[in-house]
Design a protein around this ligand. Sequence first.
Ligand SMILES: Cc1cc2nc3c(=O)[nH]c(=O)nc-3n(C[C@H](O)[C@H](O)[C@H](O)COP(=O)(O)OP(=O)(O)OC[C@H]3O[C@@H](n4cnc5c(N)ncnc54)[C@H](O)[C@@H]3O)c2cc1C
Length: 241
Amino acid sequence: MGLVENILKKIVLQNAIITMKEKLSESVYKIRLQSESIKKTQFTPGYFLRLGIGIGNDELTIKDKVRSYSVWDINQTEGYIDLAIATDSNGIGAIWTKDCKVGDDVYFKWKKGNFIVDDSADSYLMIGDLSALSHLYILNRGLLDKQVDSLVYHHNQNDFFDDINGKKPFNYYQFEENAIDKILPIVKQMETKMKGEKMVYIAGDSRVCLVLNHYLRRELKWNTNQIKTKPFWNPDKKGLE
Ligand SMILES: Cc1cc2nc3c(=O)[nH]c(=O)nc-3n(C[C@H](O)[C@H](O)[C@H](O)COP(=O)(O)OP(=O)(O)OC[C@H]3O[C@@H](n4cnc5c(N)ncnc54)[C@H](O)[C@@H]3O)c2cc1C
């Protein structure tokens, strides 16, 4: 292991242990990370982790040593975080997810950003693909008593998993990747039913984020602070952030 990785491990990243691994659906795994430091973290729904999945593997480039994963659930009394990781990408993150075991050490860094719960609006739209489902679930749990409509899509209907409370609160569609011609008409329809102050969360495929962002800003003249968007992956790139 090189000097940079040693510094990353000892100074920059925090350490946790995998204490649970479970298959949630055909291609999605739940991974539980346990650490004393999680008990003391200041947490807002929407925070995510930079996970050092390739730390210690000398065959990987620096870019392939880290992937981002959203916090699906957190228990600060017991000191654990649950992640839900989709493995259709078949990249280094997917391989790590399939191979990791209970008892393994992991290194991570907290990331906050702006794709976090904001309860200042009256009605919400949640839009995303399978990779964003856990992130949309935790945001949705923070928006009790709000009007929430949704469009979650994936090419395989059997891959949608329940939220941690055993519920499936969204509208789930079986669409191929980047099915913007199917997504846009549904979004247009849902938007007309939104009441009061409106806000949208869009995550997952960067192409879908881009088109919907343009539509809402340019055609519907929404303000940028009403549109929360976070590309999770891009077909031409590996490990987006
Ligand atoms: C803020 C943030 C939070 C995220 N949270 C989650 C999360 O909670 N759960 C989760 O599963 N992912 C999440 N992601 C995506 C995750 O970081 C990885 O990009 C993803 O797991 C793919 O990594 P990989 O190493 O397997 O593939 P990569 O090596 O990054 O990519 C390999 C190939 O697969 C393609 N690809 C990547 N993702 C997908 C996909 N979903 N469907 C189809 N093709 C894909 C890439 O374009 C590339 O061509 C998040 C990303 C960000 C930026």
